[in-house]
Design a protein around this ligand. Structure first.
Ligand SMILES: *Cc1c(COP(=O)(O)O)cnc(C)c1O
Length: 402
C-alpha cells in the first residue's frame, strides 16, 4: 500500500502537474482507502502527557487542535502547493478569508500597499475601507501599466497585490515584470490566481512571492462549497501567515477541503475544456456584439502577453451590448439555457451583469475606472456543447433587440 507518497517531496518533486492534481498530498490511513479520507474531528487525544507538551512547544511535529491541523485539510494544502509549485500552502474558509488574511498577516499601521485597481469587488472593500481604518495606505494603479506600479512605490511600500486576468474586465497584469519590480524593491508580491487556476497559469514560476485563491471557483468547479488558499515559501506560510491564521481562525472545514480535493482531480480536464469552449463562444460573439474582452482572441489588447503567461486563456470573458442596464437585463431574462449567476468557473455556463450585482457596492466612479459599465456582461463558459450556448446567446440577443 502506497501510504503517503503524496506527502513525500522526494517523490512528488518528480511528478508532473497532472499527476500532482490526482495524487499530490494523498495520505492513507491504516485502512488503505483509495479515496482521501474525511476526518471529521476538531480535537486530538494523546498517548501520554509529554506528547502534547512537546507539540505545543513546537519541539515535535503532530496534531494539536483542529484550528491548526486536520489530515484531510493537510492533504488539500499539499496538493495545492504542488499544483502551484509552492513550498507550502494553507487553506481558508473562503476566497475572501484568504485575500484578507494574506494582507492582514503582513501589514501594519504605517505600511503602504499598491494594488491593481481592477480587483474582485469585496477585495476592493478590504483595501478601500478596512485597511485604512488600521492606518494602512493603499494606492490603486492601472495594473497593466508597469510605470504606474513603479511611480506608486514609496519607502514604506510592503505589498503589491493584483489579480490576472482581472474580474470581470479581463485586464492582464504582466506577472514577471510587476513581480520583478517588487523584488527589486524588497516588496512582497501577491497574485490572486482564482480566474486562471494553477491548471492554466502558475504565478510563482513567473516570479510572484505568494499566490492567493478563491478555491470556490474552478478548483471546486461544481458550485458546491466555498474555500480559499494561500501558497508560497515555507518561511512565509509558516512564520507570517500561520501565526495569523491559527489565532484568528479563518480555517477551512474538513468536509469542504475534501470536496475541493476531489475537484482538483479533474481541474486540468475541466479548466482546459471550458477554456476551449469559451474560445468557441467568444469567436461567435466577436461578430455579434460591439465589444468583446477575451484574452484568448487577437482582438484583446494584451493577447500576446496572455499567450505568454497562460497555457490556455480561461473560461471567463466579458462583452458589451448596447442599451445599458435595461438591455442587459432584458438579454439575461431571455436566456433559456444559460443561468443568471454571479458565480464563475462552474461546469454550468453562467452569465452576470456585474454593475448591478458583484460591483454594485462600489461608487460609480470606482466602477467606471475599472471598466465595469452598465453595458458590460460577464460569461463563465461551462462544459455544455458550445453550439447550444451559441444558439441560446443568439436568441436572447435577438429578444433584447440586439
Ligand atoms: C470569487 C473571488 C474571490 C472571493 O472568493 P470567495 O470564495 O467567494 O470568498 C476573490 N478573488 C477573485 C478573483 C474571485 O473571483
Amino acid at each position: 500500500m502506497k501510504r503517503s507518497t503524496g506527502q513525500d517531496r522526494s517523490i512528488t518533486s518528480k511528478w508532473r502537474p497532472a499527476t500532482c492534481a490526482v495524487r499530490g498530498g494523498t495520505w492513507r490511513s491504516e485502512q488503505g482507502e483509495t479515496s482521501e479520507a474525511l476526518f471529521v474531528n476538531s480535537g486530538y487525544s494523546f498517548e501520554d502527557a509529554h506528547t502534547p507538551a512537546a507539540r505545543f512547544a513546537g519541539e515535535e511535529p503532530g496534531n494539536t487542535y483542529g484550528r491548526t491541523q486536520n489530515p484531510t485539510v493537510q492533504m488539500l494544502e499539499e496538493r495545492i502547493a504542488l499544483m502551484e509549485g509552492a513550498e507550502a500552502c494553507r487553506v481558508q474558509a473562503s476566497g475572501m478569508a484568504a485575500m484578507s488574511a494574506v494582507m492582514l498577516c503582513q501589514l501594519s499601521a504605517g505600511d503602504h500597499m499598491v494594488i491593481a485597481r481592477a480587483l474582485f469587488g469585496p477585495t476592493r472593500w478590504v483595501t478601500d475601507n478596512l485597511l485604512p481604518r488600521f492606518g494602512i495606505e493603499v494606492t490603486p494603479v492601472d495594473g497593466r501599466d508597469l510605470d504606474a506600479w513603479k511611480a506608486a512605490i514609496q519607502p514604506n511600500t510592503k505589498l503589491f497585490f493584483f489579480e490576472t486576468p482581472s474580474n470581470p474586465t479581463m485586464d492582464i497584469v504582466d506577472i514577471a515584470a510587476v513581480c520583478g519590480l517588487a523584488r527589486e524593491h524588497g516588496i512582497v508580491s501577491v497574485a490572486d490566481n482564482a480566474m486562471a487556476s494553477p491548471a492554466l497559469q502558475r504565478p510563482l514560476d513567473l516570479g510572484a512571492d505568494v499566490v492567493a485563491h478563491s478555491a470556490t471557483k474552478l478548483m471546486d468547479g461544481q458550485g458546491r462549497v466555498l474555500a480559499g488558499a494561500i501558497a508560497g515559501s515555507a518561511e512565509f506560510i509558516n512564520n507570517t501567515l500561520l501565526p495569523f491564521q491559527r489565532n484568528t481562525g479563518p480555517i477551512l472545514s474538513p468536509f469542504n477541503a475534501w470536496v475541493i480535493l476531489k475537484g482538483l482531480e479533474t481541474l486540468n480536464l475541466r479548466a482546459n475544456a471550458q477554456a476551449d469552449n469559451a474560445l468557441t463562444v467568444g469567436k461567435f460573439l466577436e461578430g455579434r456584439v460591439p465589444r468583446l474582452l477575451h484574452p484568448g482572441l487577437p482582438s484583446h489588447p494584451q493577447f500576446e502577453l496572455a499567450q505568454r503567461q497562460m497555457s490556455n486563456c480561461g473560461s471567463v470573458f466579458a462583452f458589451e451590448i448596447d442599451g445599458g442596464r435595461k438591455a442587459a437585463h432584458t438579454f439575461l431574462d431571455a436566456l433559456e439555457l444559460i443561468d443568471i449567476s454571479n458565480h464563475f468557473g462552474d461546469t454550468k455556463t453562467l452569465l452576470c451583469h456585474n454593475a448591478s450585482t458583484t460591483h454594485s457596492s462600489l461608487s460609480e466612479e470606482t466602477r467606471l475606472a475599472m471598466g465595469v459599465t452598465q453595458n458590460l456582461v460577464r460569461i463563465s463558459v461551462g462544459l455544455e456543447d458550445p453550439q447550444d450556448l451559441i444558439e441560446d446567446l443568439d436568441q436572447a440577443l435577438v429578444k433584447a433587440g440586439l
